[in-house]
Design a protein around this ligand. Structure first.
Ligand code: RFL
Ligand code: PHB
Length: 385
């Protein structure tokens, strides 16, 4: 078997890359370890930057998102007994975010790939990469796929990054002493916009998926087990943290999904080796507080598509050679923003009284100074692509 680009992973990065390449007349095969049903049900991100929305619309896969996505023009920061709105329409005019589940993006992309006759293979076993320096190929389940280029879009736990010889990559990493417990519930959102809450008991986030489905996250200890979090305890804790301002009542409902996510910052540099190019979570991870992971994956894929287009069109490797450097500028901005939002809003056990005062001082600054609020707003809606 032969294709131009062998893509490992059918997450947002791999699927979007395959679709964008198809639009430029470049062939690809996507190899995914899990089943189609599994990847379409995996509940993850929900906030799409303007640039992500524009990319999906331009690629012709944005129709359902435009119908069902919720456009938001602000978020609330809640702490110290009051709520403060960060108004995007005033601070970053013309830019907004769209709340639309990552698994809906994945469903739309899979449908578009299959409709166009794309080759997306699910439940593929033992994917391995070979001969990365010269004529690369992939093997899987006893088969061999020759290609010109391999795209490692297989997420943080994939095989692409670890296949790069030791010493070729530098890793930058930070772990956080907490995790997020996330739930999806059949209940109308109690707020029109997202609420990021800092309390002395920890962080809480009120998000949503639709007018009838809400999404919530709680800061929990890093080793938290779902067994310790029956539904009643989750609602009680969400109530305590989110009902920290007068007049706000949290509506509760049936919990339909629960999960615990560790929090990590990670970057591998460079994001390429020989003919292998890493994109999305395979190359970098951010804690979800800044809502940047999916958006970074989309930005990487845009850069890679242009580079591959030039390569297959003219034979020039100029853009491919600069792929990692081009992506890492945006990656590091998002790394800083995500780290900053995380340290601003979570409680750290190691925090002394001094550390807490610093946090509250910065929250006061961000919610009272237009300059500081604009910094938050322009990063949150996404720096221009
Ligand atoms: P993915 O989505 O992890 O997809 C990788 C795919 O590769 C497959 N795979 C393999 N396939 C073949 N062979 C192997 N050996 C393989 N190993 C792995 C996997 O099965 C999978 O299908 O990576 P991708 O495409 O780079 O996309 C990245 C995003 O998924 C991720 O950054 C976001 O979900 C992060 N994230 C958020 N990002 C946002 O932009 N906004 C948000 O609001 C947001 N919230 C979140 C998040 C992530 C979360 N979790 C659970 C990590 C909230 C949470 C709770
Ligand atoms: C989500 O809706 O899943 C979500 C929203 C904002 C975040 C993280 C996750 O910062």
């Amino acid at each position: 078997m032969r294709t131009q680009v062998g893509i490992i992973g059918a997450g947002p990065a791999g699927l979007l890359l395959s679709h964008l390449l198809h639009l430029r007349g470049i062939s690809s095969v996507v190899l995914e370890r899990r089943s189609r049903d599994y990847v379409e049900r995996r509940v993850r991100a929900g906030v799409l930057e303007q640039g992500t929305v524009d990319t999906l619309v331009e690629a012709g896969v944005g129709d359902r998102m435009m119908r069902e996505g919720l456009v938001h023009h602000g978020i609330e920061l809640r702490y110290g007994g009051s709520g403060h709105r960060i108004p995007f329409e005033k601070l970053v005019p013309g830019r907004s975010i769209t709340v639309y589940g990552q698994q809906e993006v994945v469903k739309d992309l899979i449908a578009a790939r299959l409709e166009a006759g794309g080759d997306v293979r699910f439940e593929v076993e033992d994917v391995a990469v070979h001969s990365l320096e010269a004529e690369p190929y992939l093997t899987f389940g006893g088969e061999r796929l020759d290609c010109d280029v391999i795209a490692g879009c297989d997420g943080f736990h994939g095989i692409s990054r670890p296949s790069i010889p030791e010493g070729e990559l530098t890793f930058f990493e930070r772990e956080y002493p907490f995790a997020w417990l996330g739930i999806l519930a059949r209940v109308a959102p109690s707020s029109e916009e997202l609420i990021y809450t800092r309390t002395e008991r920890g962080f809480a986030l009120h998000s949503m998926r639709s007018p009838t489905i809400s999404r919530f996250y709680l800061q929990v200890p890093p080793d938290a087990s779902l067994d310790d979090w029956p539904d009643e305890r989750i609602w009680a804790e969400l109530r305590t943290r989110l009902e920290s301002v007068p007049g706000f009542t949290l509506s509760t409902g049936e919990i339909v999904e629960k999960g615990v996510t560790p929090m990590r910052s990670f970057v591998a540099e460079p994001m390429q080796y020989g003919r292998l190019y890493l994109a999305g979570d395979a190359a970098h991870i951010v804690p979800p507080t800044g809502a940047k992971g999916l958006n970074l994956a989309v930005a990487d894929v845009r850069v890679l598509t242009d580079a591959l287009d030039l390569f297959f069109g003219t034979g020039s490797t100029e853009l491919l050679d600069g792929y990692s450097a081009a992506c890492l500028k945006r990656v590091w901005r998002a790394q800083h923003f995500s780290w900053w939002m995380t340290t601003l809003l979570h409680t750290f056990e190691s925090d002394d009284a001094y550390g807490r005062r610093l946090q509250l001082s910065y929250l006061d600054y961000v919610t009272s100074s237009e300059a500081a609020a604009t910094t938050l707003a322009e990063n949150y809606v996404g720096m221009p692509l």
